[in-house]
Design a protein around this ligand. Structure first.
Ligand code: CA
Length: 414
């Protein structure tokens, strides 16, 4: 289960070596979208209104004009308008090591799906953390148009938008099934799009790990006192909750967790769960593994798209991007569901990991602290207030339904 073992190890160029497939006669008759827009709006310049042109220039865009740019890759950094026959190459920056199981392979899968579904009209090239931009600069890179697309986790951006963590993971919040319910059918995605719009970004759910582990600790956690002064890698609102019970949270990109834990720079770390934590070898740096992942009960991964680049796409490519994100959102959860227990067996049976549940007093203290943190975040920011209220209302009804569905079923399944 090495870093390159995922199904998405091949890049889109390797999978789709025909850089210039034959143009069909049907496609050749399609008028470039830019010219179509010209007819609708005489004031536009090659399909771009002045306002739009300024937007595009601001994002470093340069390739709207040009009609059928057969087989010519987009210029570096360019996010162009996509006429129906144009071939675009987008960059996708990510917060994960290239092809890291689940997360990195999910991003690669998304790129491959978009490329295949569009018959190569929109080719997406994936960049691992640090290849084009560092892990925690994905948001800014896509916002300014350095890349057209990014794959990351919204809670990394809480310093830019206080409400961002609600669209990834909230301590003691929604699980994966409930996150999908809230985002797709409960008003969550509309709020997320509203939150990201001022940054020139369009977000899509694009993955979920399911309930995570609580983390890896160099020393056992027997009581709340053992958390005092503990330096722990734990991002998002989970980190703020840990701070309330006396720990010292830090954020470290995934690819740097092992060395930080092994060197003793940090005392503990949460990453994802058995499938991913085994791949990073966290058990070699700390033997005490705790559950459950109260801090991330069903984190949604995100695909963010530069708004100007997205809006320049024809309707079918927009639909392809949205549909492929939804497919990967589902596929990633399926992968974690299928792989986590295999990895956990290996960790416990082959690597001598001590697997324990966090003590009751610790979990109770964390839950009380989480309630306070969430209320304070909501009280300090109007958008966070709306996101929290919407999520909290959804969680109440989901909890009531799951009492007689999921929970009742688990209790009798045996
Ligand atoms: Ca995590």
């Amino acid at each position: 289960m090495g870093l390159g073992s995922g199904t998405g190890a091949m890049n889109s160029r390797e999978l789709y070596p025909l850089a210039c497939p034959p143009v069909t006669s049907g496609r050749s008759r399609i008028m470039p979208a830019a010219k179509i827009r010209d007819r609708r709006n005489p004031a536009s310049i090659q399909g771009v209104t002045m306002k739009r042109r300024e937007l595009l220039r601001g994002a470093g865009l340069a390739a709207v004009a040009g009609g059928l740019a057969a087989c010519a890759p987009q210029r570096d950094g360019a996010t162009g308008g996509a006429a129906s026959g144009e071939r675009l190459q987008w960059k996708m920056v990510t917060s994960w090591p290239t092809n890291f199981p689940g997360l990195g392979t999910g991003a690669a899968k998304l790129a491959e799906m978009i490329t295949a579904a569009s018959s190569g009209r929109l080719t997406v090239k994936v960049y691992g953390a640090g290849e084009l931009v560092p892990a925690f600069e994905v948001f800014d890179a896509v916002s300014r148009g350095t890349a057209e697309m990014g794959h990351s986790a919204a809670y990394y951006w809480k310093g830019k938008a206080a409400a961002a963590p609600f669209f990834c993971a909230v301590p003691f919040g929604l699980n994966a099934q409930e996150m999908n319910g809230w985002l797709y059918s409960g008003g969550g995605l509309e709020l997320w799009r509203e939150l990201y719009a001022p940054f020139g970004l369009v977000p899509f759910p694009a993955g979920n790990t399911g309930v995570q582990l609580a983390g890896w600790f160099r020393k056992p956690i027997d009581s709340l006192a053992d958390l005092k002064g503990l330096k722990m890698r734990i991002p998002g609102l989970g980190g703020e909750v840990m701070a309330r019970v006396g720990a010292a949270p830090v954020n470290v990109p995934g690819g740097e967790i092992f060395s930080a834990l092994q060197s003793g720079a940090i005392d503990a770390a949460e990453w994802v769960g058995p499938y991913n934590d085994l791949a990073f070898g966290l058990h070699r740096a700390a033997k005490n593994c705790y559950f459950p992942g109260w801090q991330e009960p069903g984190p949604t991964l995100e695909c963010m798209v530069n708004q100007a680049a997205f809006e320049a796409l024809p309707a079918d490519l927009k639909a392809i991007v949205e549909t492929c994100c939804r497919a990967v959102n589902d596929a990633m959860l399926a992968e974690y569901t299928a792989r986590n227990q295999q990895a956990l067996d290996a960790l416990v049976r082959e690597h001598g990991v001590q697997l324990r549940q966090l003590p009751d007093d610790v979990l109770l203290a964390l839950r009380k602290a989480a309630d306070k943190v969430l209320e304070e975040v909501a009280a300090a920011d109007p958008m966070a207030r709306r996101a929290f209220d919407s999520m909290r209302a959804f969680q109440a009804q989901a909890k009531a339904w799951h009492a007689v569905s999921e929970e009742a079923y688990y209790a009798v399944r045996g």
